[in-house]
Design a protein around this ligand. Structure first.
Ligand SMILES: Cc1cc2nc3c(=O)[nH]c(=O)nc-3n(C[C@H](O)[C@H](O)[C@H](O)COP(=O)(O)OP(=O)(O)OC[C@H]3O[C@@H](n4cnc5c(N)ncnc54)[C@H](O)[C@@H]3O)c2cc1C
Length: 503
């Protein structure tokens, strides 16, 4: 799909729409390869969904819980280092256990170490030996499926990435598992376990749509020693890439919303943002590909875009953040428990609550206090939209928050009457903040989904490249990074430029 021959390499100006992790990464790689890069970011801060926000002395983590590629043993780690997101000064936290479910006072856990998980689950329920062993073996099967770092066909690179043979075996083994589990519903699988606590643990850590596969993959990533939490979380993470971009000569224009990619004779010539026109030899669009049409005067068409539009199931959530005037360090960081009564949000109902407890990290709260966030997952977009239209959006937010606070007080009585800050971010918040489709920040990993990369370009539209979390389902930070790098490889290929990887 080489449709950019003849791009003007005299000026080599790349305009990047969106300063999230994909846009910043694309910017760093573009600069490395000798292009001039300007990022247009509509918000007052770069980072996009990879962000946190301050409220009355508390910092609420809003875009990262664990990071693939945080371990030095991962090939992806070199990419995070290339863009400056990680370096030796950034501590990576890998607390054990990873997940704890409170089953009527008995903690049941997933450890990062799959051997520990197996031992622990067998102690909890010796009668489930066969299923526990099979469960842990499934995790071992996907454990070595690392995200491949690849070069696109036809690009000249300083150092070619080679796919290790071990990855090929891991891919075959994982594909077999995915095929098998695409036919098994979550409830059918969970029904194989006898112990009610194990059933609850599995219900609380999965959802009906995606079923078991994401859990196996998550535990697999952790089992190979990856998936740590970079100290400080999202904000400093995004800030470090921003600094790399700027220090290498990149231009970041904040509060600059791109309205239109200007196309002449089938080639992008620049971007219109309000009154200003930014001329470009190439444009990299990193705002949500699902709504990229908004940037053109007529709808975009291509086979892969149609496929994306037809198959994408958005991942979104309502995020409740609480500032609690009490020290919650003795409570487990990822505690999950059954709600005393169901919380409902339109068609969605919630049986469990998973806490992210930041009590042990002084970045997130003043001394003796605790910041906590809780995700109510699922597609609640229409619910919130209709609340807004009916004029009771604020009341609904308060209503949901009150239920969460009441449930928390039953589980952890020390929180009763101690919640002094409450913040609710809905899919509408994310939509307003980042312009993403239905306020979603990833794609659901449905059992039948194709996890291949979408190409970064469209036939017949020269000088336009796409990057961002949608480019490889299920998305997330590593995909944002990789897709930024891939978009620049397309640009290099089409302009005959050497891709300087640095990895
Ligand atoms: C609560 C939560 C928890 C998460 N946890 C994890 C996790 O643990 N691990 C993980 O890997 N991922 C996680 N994610 C997902 C991850 O944060 C996102 O997938 C990733 O940040 C997406 O990056 P992006 O650059 O592709 O897109 P975005 O972050 O959406 O960035 C797009 C940028 O484009 C800007 N923009 C949009 N339109 C325009 C325009 N017209 N002009 C100019 N600028 C524009 C937006 O303001 C935004 O800054 C989480 C997300 C959330 C919300």
């Amino acid at each position: 799909m080489s449709n950019n021959e003849g791009i003007n390499m005299e000026t080599k100006q790349v305009v990047i729409i969106g300063g999230g992790i994909a846009g910043l990464s694309a910017g760093v790689y573009a600069l490395r390869c000798g292009f001039q890069a300007t990022i247009l970011e509509s918000h007052s801060l770069a980072g996009g969904n990879c962000t946190s926000w301050k409220r009355d002395g508390y910092l609420f983590e809003g875009g990262m819980h664990w990071l693939t590629g945080s371990s030095k043993a991962e090939a992806l780690n070199k990419l995070w280092r290339t863009v400056g997101a990680l370096d030796d000064s950034v501590a990576i936290h890998t607390p054990e256990p990873f997940f704890e479910y409170d089953h009527q006072g008995t903690p049941i856990r997933f450890y990062r170490d799959i051997e520990l998980t197996e031992k622990h689950l067998l102690e909890v329920s010796p009668d489930d030996k066969k299923e526990i062993k099979a469960f842990c073996n499934n995790v071992r099967k996907v454990k070595n499926l690392v995200m491949p770092i690849t070069d696109i066909r036809g690009v000249k690179v300083t150092r070619k990435q080679r796919m290790p043979l071990s990855l090929l075996f891991a891919a075959i083994s994982s594909a077999g598992l995915m095929r098998k589990f695409s036919k098994i519903s979550r409830d059918e699988y969970i029904g194989r376990f006898k112990h009610p606590g194990l059933r609850e643990l599995l219900r609380a850590s999965t959802d009906e749509v995606s079923a078991m596969i994401p859990l196996f993959f998550t535990l697999g990533i952790l089992a190979r020693g990856d998936g740590g939490f970079p100290e400080g979380g999202s904000l400093p993470f995004a800030r470090r890439i921003t600094q790399t971009f700027k220090s290498q000569g990149g231009e970041l224009l904040l509060k600059t919303r791109a309205d239109q990619v200007v196309v002449e004779d089938g080639r992008a010539v620049g971007v219109q943002a309000g009154e200003n026109f930014y001329p470009a030899d190439a444009v990299i669009i990193t705002s949500d590909t699902m709504v990229a049409d908004q940037l053109f005067d007529k709808p975009l068409h291509s086979e892969w875009l149609e496929r994306m539009r037809e198959t994408t199931v958005p991942t979104m959530a309502t995020l409740i953040s609480l500032g609690i005037n009490a020290d919650m360090r003795k409570y487990f960081k990822g505690l999950t428990f059954k709600l005393p009564g169901q919380i409902t949000m339109g068609d969605l109902s919630f049986e469990y609550l998973n806490l992210n407890n930041y009590a042990d990290d002084p970045t997130y709260s003043p001394e003796g206090k605790t910041a906590m966030t809780m995700i109510l997952p699922g597609d609640s977009y229409d619910f919130w939209k209709s609340a807004r239209e009916q004029g009771n959006y604020a009341e609904q937010k308060q209503h949901i928050a009150d239920q969460v606070i009441a449930a928390l007080a039953v589980q952890i009585p020390e929180t009763a009457g101690k919640v002094e800050v409450c913040d609710v971010a809905t899919p509408l918040t994310y939509e307003r903040y980042c312009g993403n489709w239905r306020g979603s920040w990833m794609t659901e990993m449905t059992p039948s989904m194709n996890m291949n990369n979408y190409p970064a370009a469209i036939d017949g539209l020269a000088g336009v490249y796409f990057a961002g979390q949608r480019m490889t389902p299920p998305g997330g930070l590593p995909v944002a990074l990789m897709s930024g790098r891939t978009a620049v490889q397309y640009l290099c290929r089409d302009t005959g430029t050497l891709f300087i990887s640095g990895e």
